[in-house]
Design a protein around this ligand. Structure first.
Ligand code: ADP
Ligand code: ZN
Ligand code: ZN
Length: 734
């Protein structure tokens, strides 16, 4: 008897047995997709094994419907990586494999290239045949006449032309359509590897490049370089060598960092096809990009977290830019770290891996300092740019005008007078983080969360940033009936307004999630900034990432204290990273920059060390503190989060679990548990949440326990009343 063991995208942590389909061809390879009946539905799964035995009696096995592939979409080592990740992160393997494939393949699309509809001008097409009243049709025909080989219908629609316009040209006998395979790649060809000559590296950059290329095979490198030190130039030259060998590069960037600038820098340097995987692509476009990577046509692939599983025909290097960025960790469902898995992938593919950052995560820094990764540093800015100078501005007892001290206002005025640009950073969007009744002190909270509602002015409403609940601003205080409300504290909207009032002659531009929702909004702001005229940029951490503002000479951090006293032990690390990333925007060209930090804690030892001695000094001290307090990266964490609609249930569930662990002697001595405890924000989006932290110095012991834990959790009688999730190596403990 032949049995297919198949991973299906269900929440169940097991494989499913099926008989071969009725017209089964040859024995299929592990990794191919199979369509199967599942209850009343059909699902597409991945074949993991072909065996001869099943736990189920043969009579209960159903035949699969169809084997979809002749060869597996993912190469064997990526299939293994996905299965390893399913075990490690305790997530159902069927769902992991599903997420490792492009959406179009999950739905059953073919990995063979599908023909597309293309349009071309007819043999006797002529602009003279069109009347002057249809300018768009005219533009369309002009475009088609420039491309007699034809243009894809999708591409035309993306350039803003409509089906109606195409059909109309067709009716007039000017344009016709046909089916053809899409051209191999939209951008560039192999004939010319370098379009732009590489810069002459400085000594440190050269050392970094040598370290990356030092050994053939697996070679993980932490490239720690201050902002503007020329990390990207090192990536480009390392990629250049890989391309010369006929191999491909995979570049992972943070969510927000995938700006057109990053991609255009790669396209400007190399003549080879560069594929960017970004969120504005359709499923079919993504599939096409994936296919070109898999077939070796795309030579450089740039993408966010999910691009980690993109197969490469001849892998040559993986680069993880801004490796400290938490967007590399998926925070729901399959909670994997693309950075950590990239280490596994590079090892399997026996290629170098570069993790670059000005402010490396303590995990990666620890690995570098303990010799597991090579560690190279870029300590000076490339070219003639100089690093910014830091100043702590003590605002204790100083009057504040909507959060702005006189010192800050004076310095901004100075800078604008010298025709420079200013960046004001405040990591809170909205007008004000709290709306308070002036009569009785009541602060308007969210009904569904243990949190305050943020006041927004444009348009006016209250918004909970934790559950996204929005409602009108109340007229009367729910407690005392007064209508005397006062906003407490400032967010980006309020700061923007205050700066407009103080500097009426200067353009003030706000950059946050609200102001950049419209398409091209960000691009419009960036274009304006790049013209170099004096202006003020106000924004959240969206401003901190990857942008290049050559004319900004003053960066103001309005609330440098924000993360200093966080309940999360990572608060200090995040604050330091954010401050240095924002600071890195200043003075990147030939004008020197200053970073002015408003603080009530100008003598805080950590702040002082950070600004005086730099990130590595700060991080080394922070690592020592982590070691002494038995915290990651020295100890390993797994966080079991639960939530239920009634108070107490989530905790009771965890208590029952702990009871079983103790009674069954399942808890190894080397693993400790803390809790169950209510989550730091107990109520969120209407659910009551609790958590249990498991920790151990012995990763294997922790992993063994987790593997036993999941079936136990599924069987607990209370499991129907709660939702639970397990987060291995969490990046936050909330
Ligand atoms: P990072 O990625 O570390 O922020 P970049 O690679 O973007 O730094 O470099 C910052 C600026 O310095 C860029 O404008 C870049 O063109 C320039 N640059 C980098 N390396 C060199 C070099 N060796 N010589 C001259 N300019 C350089
Ligand atoms: Zn009141
Ligand atoms: Zn809420």
């Amino acid at each position: 008897m032949t049995i297919y063991r198949i991973a299906l995208p269900t929440p169940l942590r097991r494989l499913f047995d099926y008989l071969p389909p009725e017209q089964a061809a040859a024995r299929p390879l592990p990794g191919v997709r199979v369509r199967v009946p599942f209850g009343r539905r059909e699902l597409i799964g991945i074949l993991l094994d072909v065996t001869t035995e099943s736990d189920l009696p043969a009579a209960r096995l159903k035949p699969a419907l169809e084997v979809l592939d002749s060869e597996p979409p993912l190469p064997h080592h990526l299939l293994e990586l996905a299965c390893w990740a399913a075990d490690y992160y305790q997530h159902p393997v069927g769902d992991v494999l599903n997420q490792a494939l492009p959406v179009a393949l999950r739905k059953g699309g073919s990995i063979e290239q599908a023909p597309e509809i293309r349009w071309r001008p007819t043999a006797d097409a002529s602009l003279d045949a069109l009347s002057g009243r249809a300018p768009r049709q005219r533009q369309l025909l002009e475009l088609l006449l420039q491309h007699p080989e034809g243009l894809g219908a999708d591409a035309l629609r993306q350039s803003g032309f409509t089906n109606a316009q195409l059909n109309s040209l067709n009716d007039k006998g000017q344009a016709e359509y046909f089916e053809a395979l899409p051209p191999p790649c939209a951008s560039g060809d192999d004939s010319q590897l370098l379009k732009q000559s590489p810069l002459v590296l400085n000594e440190e950059q050269q050392e970094a490049l040598d370290a990356i290329c030092a050994t053939p095979g697996f070679n993980p490198v932490l490239l720690q370089g201050i902002t503007g030190s020329g990390k990207t130039e090192v990536y480009l030259q390392a990629i250049g060598r890989v391309l010369e060998d006929g191999r491909q590069a995979l570049v992972l960037v943070p969510e927000i960092g995938l700006t057109p600038q990053t991609v255009s820098r790669f396209r400007a340097r190399f003549g080879v096809p560069v594929q960017a995987l970004h969120s504005n692509m359709s499923d079919l476009q993504r599939l096409e990009a994936w296919r070109q990577a898999r077939e070796g046509l795309a030579r450089i692939v740039i993408g966010t977290r999910s691009a980690l599983f993109t197969p490469l025909k001849s892998p040559g290097i993986i680069i993880v830019d801004e490796e400290h960025d938490t967007s590399f960790k998926q925070q729901e469902g399959f909670r994997y770290s693309a950075r950590d898995l990239s280490v596994m992938r590079a090892r399997a593919e026996q290629i170098p891996l570069v993790m670059g950052s000005a402010t490396p995560s303590l995990e990666t820094l620890h690995n570098a300092l303990s010799g597991r990764y090579r560690h190279v540093r870029l300590t000076t800015r490339a070219g003639n740019a100089r690093p910014p100078r830091f100043e702590l501005l003590d605002i204790r007892q100083q009057p504040l005008d909507e959060g702005l001290s006189e010192g800050v206002v004076g310095r901004i005025r100075n800078e604008l007078a010298q025709h420079n640009q200013v960046l004001v950073f405040i990591n809170r969007r909205g007008f004000s983080p709290a709306l308070m009744c002036h009569q009785c002190g009541e602060v308007i909270g969210c009904d569904r969360c243990d949190a305050r509602m943020t006041l927004h002015r444009s348009p006016p409403h209250l918004h909970c940033h934790h559950c996204d609940h929005q409602r009108p601003i109340p007229r009367h205080c729910p407690t005392c009936g007064s209508d005397d409300f006062k906003p407490r504290g400032a967010g980006t909207e309020r700061t923007e307004g205050a700066l407009q009032r103080l500097f009426p002659g200067t353009e003030v531009m706000r950059v946050d999630r609200d102001s950049t929702q419209r398409r091209h909004a960000m691009q419009t702001i960036m274009d304006r900034v790049h013209q170099g005229e004096p202006c003020i940029l106000v924004g959240t951490q969206m401003l901190a990432k990857g942008h290049h503002f050559p004319a900004v000479t003053l960066v103001v951090i309005l609330d440098a204290d924000a993360g200093l006293f966080s309940a999360d032990f990572r608060g200090m690390e995040r604050t330091a990273q954010l401050i240095l990333q924002v600071a890195g925007r200043a003075g990147r060209a030939d004008r020197p920059g200053t970073v002015l930090m408003q603080t009530h804690h100008a003598d805080h030892p950590t702040l002082m060390q950070l600004v005086n001695d730099g990130y590595e000094a700060f991080a080394t001290r922070e690592l020592a503190l982590r070691r002494d307090s038995a915290l990651p990266p020295f100890i390993h964490h797994a966080l079991l989060r639960t939530e239920a609609s009634r108070p107490g249930r989530a905790e009771a569930f965890l208590s029952a679990l702990c009871g079983q662990l103790v009674a069954g002697r399942l808890m190894p001595d080397s693993v400790q548990y803390l809790g169950p405890l209510p989550a730091p924000m107990e109520k969120r989006a209407g659910h009551y949440r609790a958590q249990l932290l498991l920790q151990s110095y012995d990763r294997r012991a922790l992993q063994r326990l987790l593997t036993e834990l999941c079936p136990l959790l599924e069987q607990l009688p209370q499991a129907r009343q709660v939702r639970w999730s397990l987060d291995v190596d969490p990046v936050d403990n909330f």
